[in-house]
Design a protein around this ligand. Sequence first.
Ligand code: DO4
Ligand code: MG
Length: 297
Amino acid sequence: MTQQSTQHPSFIAVLHTAGHKYRITKAVNGKYFAIPKVATISDALELPIAEFKSLFEQSGSEELFGTLAAPIAADSEIWGAGVTYQRSRDARKEESDIPDVYQLVYEADRPELFFKATARRTVGTNANVGIRADALTSVPEPEVAIVVNKYRELIGLTICNDMTSRNIEGENPLYLAQAKIYFGSNAVGPMIRPIWEIKDHSALSIDAKIERGTNIVWQAETSLAQLNRSFTDLIEYLFRCQSFPVGAILSTGTGIVPPLDISLEAGDVVTINVAEVGTLVNKVVITPVDINEKENL
Ligand code: DO4
Ligand code: MG
């Protein structure tokens, strides 16, 4: 029997194990433990938070082994929120031929929400993200993502890299889905920090960098204090007129955007760090126009 230590932070993690592709675990100090009665993130998000927390806290006797994967289940949905920071509003206005829509949505009650990805379209940390071969400029979007159960309760925080084909969205905001959803466009992870372990999430620092070989070609930082919407407000709008029987992950938007002369290139490494939540690292590869030409990004 393996015992966990109580002084280390704990995380909700997903492992690819021999028997299960999306096995939820409790991660403590580099070890992974089964959570009683809960096999996947979707099982967890079907429970009220108090029930899940109690099972999570009972975990620690059965150690599991496998490869760390994105903290999602086969049937998870990942959504995005946009223009939720002033920096994002300003960057869109700068890059867009139609800037007014960004100003309007920044000021409106209703946030911009968009469908981003399924499990098949999501990678975890240390996996490759893609830039569209038909895009002229591409950027990472370093974002805090909230994990919400079917009862609209906030379970935890993770990190999302909402990869974006900048010039495609810039040409026409109606191209948003093509700029945001393509093979390799979404990374989430490395794990989920349970919300009950974070004393105050309102001002967590977020920093990111792009490394090209031995050079850092871009780095910036912000804080959740700059987020222009509350998590409660974003969740309330996300759940309007629709249900999420296995919960959802909602990426809350980017507060740091590279200047116009920076675009991702193949081989770049994107690192996003959120205090108390973790570090998401992804290498950039080209997503070919005919994806069948290349099986594994
Ligand atoms: O308006 C386009 C998307 C914006 C976005 O993804 C963000 O602000 O993070
Ligand atoms: Mg974004």
